[in-house]
Design a protein around this ligand. Structure first.
Ligand code: ADP
Length: 386
């Protein structure tokens, strides 16, 4: 068995796992352990780790025979100074705990996941891979909020960006698919899943992205509002008697497409719209309107885009969203081939007409593979140093 990496994505109520060969990209096994903390199911993250091993065993994978060389952990927020894939030690855990307030919903369960995995697999190197990493060097003009500079500096308030592993992977895949150097391309990547973000990438380096200090900024998402006037928060706090926590929960969990239309899944949303549900219609329209605003803004940031790529659950599967996001943009060099767009597929594909100035692609993201490769890279570098 060749070298494999176990990739763990530990959230508050679920752990997603995958075992992959980083070199070939072959997926050996994957799955998800859900409902952590729910009564009668998986009580905590230690039990979830056990459940991962049981699931592997049930599929006939003995841990000792998997050829594991590392465990890769997805960590949402790396804060101001963690951005390279980093081998986990006690000092890193301590640093992650310090920056947890920047991502109170995401980082604590990731830390728990790392701690239980280190106990369960103590002989393997564990590597943290940060969702913010790709955007660490965003140009200052894009990374800076126009707020009191000293306060922002003290509290490390900047635009960090998220889904970086996906934006990087997909932009590299786009160049590979087109068989042109990454350095030659101006790209827009639309990562549209339950969380959603856009990035503008020039020559492989990001120059803009829609998420900010936290993953709340930017596009309308499954349950998150994306951009709102900060005044909304103060108004609700003052006048509706809501606490900061109430407002944070509302904006994270009861907003977005579900907050407006009652459904998080776009397949359901379309069904509701077809049956005449006006709230679902409005949710879809608000989602598309925001997406189009960002695409327009990023075309202006870039001047023009060589490639626009859709990825993640909605981007890969929802032809109507792709059509509505890009309709009427022929003047900007952007158009879709209706037939190509409507044809379902599982692999990278072009959906713009032959010869259009901007090539529009659909590329499946693979954050697990990207994390596995990042781990392999760290191990190689480590060997080099030694
Ligand atoms: P996450 O952000 O949780 O990783 P995904 O990228 O897996 O999310 O996207 C999940 C979302 O993708 C679902 O909530 C649903 O809205 C959308 N989706 C998945 N399959 C389809 C499909 N066939 N058609 C339309 N939307 C889909």
């Amino acid at each position: 068995m060749s070298r494999t990496v176990l990739v763990l994505n530990s959230g508050s109520s679920s752990v997603k796992f995958a075992v992959l060969e980083p070199d070939s990209g072959v997926l050996i096994a994957d799955g998800i352990v859900e409902r952590i903390g729910d009564e009668g199911s998986v009580p905590d993250h230690a039990a979830a780790m056990e459940a991962v091993f049981e699931s592997l065993a049930a599929d006939g994978h003995r841990l000792d025979d998997l050829g594991l060389v590392a465990v890769g952990h997805r960590v949402v927020h790396g804060g101001p100074d963690l951005y390279r894939p980093t081998v986990v030690d006690d000092a890193l855990i301590a640093r992650l705990k310090e920056i947890s307030p920047l991502a109170p919903l995401h980082n604590p369960p990731a830390i728990l996941g790392i701690e239980v995995a280190r106990k369960a697999l103590p002989d393997l190197p564990h590597v943290a891979v940060f969702d913010t990493a790709f955007f660490h060097d965003l140009p200052q003009a894009a990374a800076t909020y126009a707020i009191d500079a000293e306060l922002a500096h003290t509290w490390k308030v900047r635009r960090y960006g998220f889904h970086g592993t996906s934006h990087q992977y997909v932009s590299e895949q786009a160049a590979a698919f087109l068989d042109v150097p990454l350095e030659s391309l101006s790209q827009i990547v639309l990562h549209l899943g339950n969380g959603a973000s856009v990035s503008a990438i020039v020559g492989g380096r990001p120059v803009e992205t829609s998420m900010g200090l936290t993953p709340m900024e930017g596009l309308v998402m499954g349950t998150r509002s994306g951009d709102v006037d900060p005044g909304v928060i103060f108004y609700l706090w003052r006048e509706a008697g809501m606490s900061v926590e109430d407002i944070e929960t509302m904006l994270n969990r009861r907003s977005g497409v579900r907050g407006l239309g009652g459904e998080i899944d776009f397949r359901e949303l379309h069904r509701c719209i077809e049956s005449g549900d006006s709230a679902a219609r409005l949710a879809y329209d608000v989602y598309i309107h925001r997406l189009r605003k960002y695409i327009g803004a990023y075309l202006a940031v870039l001047g023009s885009a060589d490639v626009i790529t859709f990825t993640a659950g909605v981007g890969e599967n929802d032809a109507a969203v792709r059509r509505d996001a890009l309709s009427g943009l022929t003047a900007f060099g952007v158009e879709l081939d209706e037939h190509l767009n409507a044809s379902p597929g599982r692999t990278a594909r072009r959906i713009s007409p032959d010869g259009a100035p901007t090539t529009v692609l659909v590329i499946p993201t693979d954050e697990e593979l990207a994390i596995a490769r990042a781990c392999a890279g760290v191990l190689r570098a480590g060997l080099g140093d030694g």
